[in-house]
Write a protein that binds this ligand. Structure first.
Ligand code: CTP
Ligand code: MG
Length: 224
């Protein structure tokens, strides 16, 4: 399992790395790690943090136990951070899940669904949820078209892959493309089928101040 937590959190705007921002008194990284550990699916975890971030390093190391947690420094892009995480995992891991620390309230069941689908023979699995808004393609302020919403899904993490497939995808030249926003995109480019499982609304990504308010309300409601 790779948890990427090396982003700067520009859109949240707290002036510190997003994974260090508190939600109900715990850092977003700690909440993500706790939900991964609660799912019971990880044998080892690589946590990718901003270089030199001693706070996040100690958060991650304090949760290392029966499931070893290794901490590594991230890259300038999310894909670079994923690569750093993959490199820190044992070479013999058969499957790898990649998870955004920013999806701090992801229910443990989502991890289980992804792993079950991999165990059932899939090579690449992503959790998805329906899209609530009508989505349009726009260029230069002008609408080009409206894709059928029934065929659209919003994509979450954890995304799961057979380890060899993910390692090869990230070793390829396409992995440096700034338009690559998730790991599944690299697999789609190889023609290997990427299959979906049900995501969960609570696995939303904390991106903006409004998202953090929602996360705070959810943890207060749950008393956690
Ligand atoms: N991430 C990372 N390394 C990067 C960029 C992003 O590990 N160089 C991680 C983030 O820490 C986050 C996840 O990828 O857990 C999803 O990225 P995003 O939500 O975009 O987080 P940030 O890049 O931190 O936020 P922003 O884009 O607003 O700066
Ligand atoms: Mg980002």
């Amino acid at each position: 399992m790779v948890i990427v937590a090396a982003g700067s959190g520009q859109r949240l705007g707290h002036g510190i790395p997003k994974a260090r921002v508190l939600c109900g008194g715990l850092t977003l990284l700690e909440r993500s790690l706790r939900s991964v550990l609660a799912s019971g699916v990880a044998l080892e975890i690589a946590v990718v943090i901003p270089a030199g971030d001693d706070v996040l390093r100690s958060v991650a190391e304090s949760l290392s136990g029966a499931v070893p947690v290794r901490v590594v420094a991230g890259g300038a892009s999310r894909a670079g951070s994923v690569r750093a995480g993959i490199a820190a995992l044992s070479a013999d891991a058969p499957v790898i899940l990649v998870h955004d620390a920013a999806r701090a309230l992801t229910p443990p069941d989502v991890f289980k669904r992804v792993v079950s689908r991999l165990a059932a023979g899939a090579d690449a699995v992503i959790p998805v949820v329906p899209v609530a808004d009508t989505v349009k393609t726009v260029r230069g302020g002008r609408v080009e078209g409206t894709p059928d919403r029934n065929g659209l899904r919003a994509v979450q993490t954890p995304q799961g892959f057979t380890a060899r497939l993910l390692r090869e995808a990230h070793a390829g030249t396409g992995a440096g493309d700034p338009l690559i926003t998730d790991d599944a995109m690299l697999i789609e480019a190889t023609g290997t089928p990427v299959v979906t499982v049900e995501g969960d609304p609570a696995a939303f990504k904390v991106t903006t101040p409004l998202d953090l308010m929602l996360a705070e309300t959810l943890v207060q409601g749950a008393g956690t």
